[in-house]
Ligand binder design. Structure first.
Ligand code: GLA
Length: 411
């Protein structure tokens, strides 16, 4: 009798949780949509159209320009890769002119370079850009096609589907991906189509079936868009902060650093706030033409280490000051933490005075490492006054760690 129960449990388990062991820290990589959208005009714009050539270029850049070494390993094909109809067996197929060697070959190209390949599909009649979608009865076929192509991640969107189809389709795809036997990370856009908040969104269930999920609107190439997203996530932190963790992350959308909408201060701010949010670091820019400034922000090792902290605890906004300064805090492993001071001012660099005790720190002696300035500040007590200068729409980001000597004295 007991063995029957155990057998039943074993059979049932893989269908209960997305137990794929993937994305224990927020995923890092590059995705096409933010920068290249649905540009399919390869005849007139061959360097910037959604094509095999574009992904090969980005794969080369990821590897040769040091991105992969830092953790940026996912190369993700967003919408507009497919042909307008399915093949005679009902399978999705890539546009044969723009992807002459097919997705499987592209996956090999990525794997030979130790990258992972991601792809986009859509629960519903059509993708948001009008390409073939995945209806409920096509989910297993599509999951198997992606596994046959040796794809490593699926971004599953939700345009042109209703509440019931989404309710069935997103869990079904999770199950179907698991059933292929290939570990495929699963990004669900489901919450974004349901307003992003409980009770319409059941985050504990999502955590069982998806590795990450888009909660909110698409990012645009502007500071206003970044701030709208930041405001929404932190205004709703009571609902959102605790649902994220190793293997299952909130996704405030791509990093747009290196494009046209953000200056250097704002680029640092996006990077810092995405690190505080334990957000995926998925860039969408042109790695072939990135400026040195954008590169240095995106490749900042300390910010990446904060984002990738193994505890995987999402941070919170802890203070909104009358002077239009906001303070964000994230607990990290080894009793460390990260602080971000954001200026929403538009006048001039602002001198901000505070102490760690005002930011809820209790007795210890700390060192703060300013990750963008590459300087340390010593804070012998939580009551030590400090002053920092924060530029308009910029940040100061600190990695704060307790002094060993102080700890030794106390034990
Ligand atoms: C939706 C998604 C975007 C992108 C587009 C593609 O808008 O949220 O990230 O995938 O579809 O059409």
């Amino acid at each position: 009798m007991l063995w029957k129960v155990i057998l039943l449990l074993m059979l049932a388990l893989p269908t209960l949780a997305l137990d794929n062991g993937l994305m224990r820290t927020p995923p890092m990589g590059w995705m096409s949509w933010g920068r290249f959208r649905c540009n399919t005009d390869c005849r007139n714009d061959p360097k910037n159209c959604i094509s095999e050539a574009l992904f090969v270029d980005m794969a080369d850049r990821l590897v040769e320009d040091g991105w992969l070494k830092l953790g940026y390993k996912y190369l993700i094909i967003d919408d507009c890769w497919s042909f307008m109809s399915r093949d005679n067996k009902g399978r999705l197929m890539p546009d044969p002119i723009r992807f002459p060697n097919g997705i499987h070959k592209l996956a090999h190209y990525a794997h030979d370079r130790k990258l992972k390949l991601g792809i986009h599909a859509n629960m519903g009649k059509q993708t948001c850009a009008g390409y073939p979608g995945t209806m409920l009865d096509q989910i297993e076929t599509d999951a198997q096609t992606f596994a046959d192509w040796e794809v490593d991640m699926l971004k599953f969107d939700g345009c042109y589907s209703n509440v019931n189809e989404q309710q069935k389709g997103f869990p079904l795809m999770s199950k179907a991906l698991n059933a292929t036997g290939r570990p495929i990370a699963y990004s669900c856009s489901w919450p974004m189509y349901r307003g992003g908040l409980p009770p319409s969104v059941n985050y504990s269930f999502l955590g069982e079936i998806c590795n990450l999920w888009r909660n909110y609107d698409d990012i645009e190439d502007s500071w206003e868009s970044v701030m709208r997203i930041v405001d929404w996530f932190f205004q709703n932190q009571a609902d959102l902060q605790s649902v994220s963790g190793p293997g299952h992350w909130n996704d405030p959308d791509m990093l747009i650093i290196g494009n046209f909408g953000l200056n250097m201060e704002q680029s640092q701010a996006q990077m810092a706030l995405w690190a505080i949010m334990a957000a995926p670091l998925i860039m969408s820019n042109d790695l072939r033409t990135l400026t040195g400034e954008a590169r240095s922000i995106l490749q900042n090792k300390a910010v990446i280490a904060i984002n990738q902290d193994p505890l995987g605890i999402q941070g919170r906004r802890i203070l909104q000051d009358e002077g239009h300064i906001e303070v964000f805090w994230r607990p990290l492993s080894k009793s460390a933490s990260a602080l971000v001071f954001l200026s929403r001012r538009t006048d001039m660099p602002y001198r901000y005075h505070s102490t760690l005790s005002l930011l809820n720190y209790t007795s210890s002696s700390y060192t703060a490492y300013d990750v963008f300035k590459d300087e340390t500040v010593s804070l012998p007590s939580v009551n030590t006054h400090f002053t920092i200068t924060i530029n308009p729409s910029g940040v100061v980001m600190w990695y704060v760690y307790p002094d060993k000597s102080f700890e030794a004295k106390c034990t």
